[in-house]
Design a protein around this ligand. Structure first.
Ligand code: ARG
Length: 306
């Protein structure tokens, strides 16, 4: 069973503006409604996966978005800590470090020049490729620094719409190989890269679906949890064999987050392709990687622990 990390919502609020969703929302979050919406996600996920918890902290209201804590590498039991761009979130790092160290993970620090916001900007797909979003948050230095630790092909994607500031707000790889994406959130080269690499398995979201945060979905045990879907997307997901649960996360959307941001996968399907598919992927990459902004992975394969 997959393990996911969530953070209890008692410290959650909008106290500042670091993305367009937060504009004029300071003080407008209903704590009671946020607690109920968080609980709905926790209850649904608990039926599909094992959910671990970290405790919220009123001093760091965005701590609830555990996707941004860092990038877990469960095969090595290593955790790459985030280097948050905005001072308003930088204090989360010590809390994240303490939780992961207590849970037996080895925490890795990236150089300070590498701004990195964890699984918000770093998503594995079903073939074990790591997709990195950059622009609003992660910097140009980040992919190279991650490549020192991650034994997987790395592809960079440039985000151009400030409303879709993290990769997980506009791109959602799914188990089985499909991926949802919001075309307008990417520059032309990134769109072409996604189209080339995913082919027919790439599902373009409409602007309305983008605004509904359909890409910020979390998938556990073939069930997709999403804020709201359109009838078109409901049908597409059903055709792919996914069950869909729609639940409003309006209070968290005031901070620019939804289901996916509120979770961090500590193992599970996102990592399944890593240990076995590596040689085949390398060959594929060599043949099809022309002109991609791929960072070569030369590190030796690491042994599978756990
Ligand atoms: N207010 C938070 C921020 O702007 C929201 C983070 C949402 N997390 C995510 N993985 N997209 O950083």
């Amino acid at each position: 069973m997959e393990t996911l990390l969530m953070c209890t919502p008692e410290g959650f609020a909008v106290d500042y503006e670091i993305n367009p969703w937060m504009k004029n929302q300071a003080g407008r979050v209903s704590s009671a409604l946020a607690a109920a919406q968080w609980r709905a996600l926790f209850d649904q996920l608990s039926a599909l996966a094992e959910v671990r918890l970290m405790t919220g902290d009123r001093a760091w209201p965005d701590l609830v978005f555990t996707a941004n804590a860092g990038l877990p590498l469960p095969l090595d039991r290593k955790f790459i800590l985030s280097n948050f761009r905005h001072p308003q979130r930088q204090g989360e790092k010590a809390i994240d470090r303490a939780w992961f160290e207590a849970a037996g993970w080895t925490c890795v620090e990236l150089p300070a020049a590498a701004v990195f916001e964890g699984a918000g900007d770093a998503l594995f797909d079903a073939r074990g490729r790591l997709w990195l979003g950059g622009g609003p948050r992660s910097t140009d230095a980040t992919p190279g620094c991650l490549a020192d630790h991650v034994d997987a092909p790395i592809h960079r994607l440039t985000l151009v719409d400030p409303a879709f500031y993290h990769l997980d707000t506009c791109f959602c790889p799914l188990p089985g190989g499909a991926a949802l994406y919001l075309p307008t959130a990417f520059d032309a080269a990134s769109r072409q890269l996604l189209e080339r690499e995913f082919g027919d398995a790439l599902i373009a979201l409409t602007p309305e679906e983008g605004r509904l945060f359909c890409a910020n979905a979390v998938c556990a045990d073939r069930t997709v949890l999403m804020n709201r879907a359109t009838p078109r997307l409901q049908a597409l997901l059903a055709a792919l064999g996914f069950a869909l649960r729609e639940t409003p996360w309006s209070e968290f959307m005031k901070a620019g987050g939804s289901a996916k941001c509120l979770t961090l996968s500590l193992d599970g399907w996102v990592y399944e392709a890593l240990p076995t598919a590596m040689p085949a992927r390398r060959e594929d990459g060599d043949k099809t990687g022309r002109g991609t902004r791929r960072t070569a992975q030369t590190a030796p394969r690491r042994a599978v622990h756990d």
